[in-house]
Ligand binder design. Structure first.
Ligand SMILES: [Zn+2]
Length: 118
């Protein structure tokens, strides 16, 4: 049985291995997230994920959705509030309002991935 390779050795070799799917990813394309500390774990407190697994990291997605809900609602009220409260619904709002929620989601996700990049 192979011994787990420490994060320092992996970084020195120029690649990281995803702990979920075992896919290798180069420098800048692997991401480290906090994980619950367990005894005897060489990489205690940190889990390395490839980009495909990182964009599905549940705590990050949950936090981004919360940011999108909060910021998107405020921006929608600021930008479209007068039209909404007047009772008018223009066809352009079918794409404007969803986009207003998408922007903070993407910004929060991009920020989280940038901060966790290895
Ligand atoms: Zn992966």
């Amino acid at each position: 049985m192979a011994q787990p390779v420490s994060a320092n050795i992996r970084a020195a070799e120029g690649f990281n291995t995803c702990e979920l799917c075992s896919r290798r990813s180069g420098k800048g394309w692997s991401f480290a997230f906090k994980k619950p500390v367990t005894e005897g774990d060489a990489n205690a407190g940190e889990i390395i994920k490839c980009s495909r697994c990182a964009i599905r990291h549940r705590p990050m997605v949950r936090r981004s959705l919360l940011v999108a809900l909060t910021v998107g609602t405020v921006l929608t009220l600021l930008n479209q509030g007068d039209i909404l409260f007047a009772g008018e619904w223009k066809s352009a709002m079918y794409w404007k309002i969803p986009l207003t929620y998408c922007v903070p989601f993407l910004v929060a996700t991009y920020g989280a991935l940038t901060n966790s990049r290895r």
